[in-house]
Design a protein around this ligand. Structure first.
Ligand code: TA6
Length: 295
């Protein structure tokens, strides 16, 4: 996504400005090593482009920047649950307005931190006090860390994901390795299946891989690159592509949008609201994903 043409609202430093797209404020980072954008709506990374490379992040051309709708593409923050085990689907964090907590820069890169705490809207949905910090470390690589803290006097349980949409030249020519073989198939009533070591898509998939390796490799012969995905603090890695029928069913994705994307998601998966990770008062958990591009 081209961030350079967006109007500037505030210059915060040599590298960091607040720009605007429709109804959404975006933290734009322009550093020697990379350019990146993070929407304050949703705490949502929408672009990461190492200098001289194509954006690693896929954003839908039809994404709706109205400041209310979850953005299609980028890295949605799905919390305090993943998928439809609660309402709204994928939780409320990706449709809340986050605040810019701090930004730090050096020759190595820029770290932008956004924050979200409980408010009347979230308490009406999920009656617990919490704080989220999203640390986005931008250099030749992108490291996104969701720092989750229980700020309540009672324990609570969460699941969630950093729901990364990666950009590929042609999904049909892309191969993925490292996700492991066992997966829960969301398209076959969540039965447990055994897949192959190498995945090349010919149709839609929606899979929770339960034994992923530390490093997942997306090989893209069209863009002549590999994207390496390293996740941490997760219990699974979700791979999803809606294919044509799924793209046609979404107003915020063009019919051909599925051809240039694959979601590889750092996920705390749970079959139900009560079976995720439980944090005691004051306890913290970090969910992380790191993206690296290699030619
Ligand atoms: O991560 C895969 C998934 O759970 C799919 O089932 C699909 O629903 C996708 O997320 C997108 O969900 P969204 O609510 O953003 O349309």
């Amino acid at each position: 996504m081209d961030l350079h043409t967006l109007p500037t609202l505030t210059n915060l430093s040599n590298c960091v400005t607040i720009v605007e797209k429709d109804n959404t404020k975006i933290v734009r980072v322009i550093h020697d090593k990379a350019t990146a954008g993070i929407s304050l709506h949703g705490g949502h990374v929408i672009s990461f482009q190492p200098t001289g490379k194509a954006d690693l992040i896929w954003m839908s051309e039809a994404a709706i920047f109205d400041g209310k709708t979850a953005l299609r593409g980028g890295i949605p923050v799905c919390w305090p649950w993943f998928a439809r085990i609660g309402s709204p689907s994928h939780g409320f964090a990706r449709t809340q307005q986050w605040t810019l907590v701090e930004h730090r820069e050096s020759e190595e890169g820029v770290v932008v931190t956004l924050g979200l705490t409980a408010n009347d809207e979230t308490l009406a949905i999920w009656p617990y006090q919490f704080s989220l910090l999203l640390h986005v470390a931008i250099s030749e690589t992108l490291q996104v860390t969701l720092e989750i803290t229980n700020r309540d006097e009672k324990p609570w349980t969460f699941s969630g994901a950093l729901h990364t949409y990666l950009q590929v030249g042609d999904i049909r020519q892309t191969t993925t390795t490292g996700m492991g073989r066992e997966y829960i198939d969301n398209l076959q009533d969540n039965i447990i299946c055994q897949g192959d070591e190498v995945l090349q898509l010919t149709d839609t998939i929606d899979r929770v891989y339960t034994t992923p390796e530390p490093l997942i490799r997306l090989h893209d012969p069209v863009l002549k690159r590999d994207i390496l995905v390293e996740n941490d603090g997760h219990n699974s890695t979700v791979l999803w592509n809606p294919w044509l029928q799924g793209a046609q069913s979404m107003a915020d994705m063009t019919d051909d949008g599925y051809q240039t994307m694959l979601c590889i998601e750092s996920t705390v998966h749970s079959p139900c609201i009560s079976a995720g990770i439980t944090l005691q008062p004051g306890e913290q958990h970090q969910l992380k994903t790191t993206l690296t591009v290699s030619d």
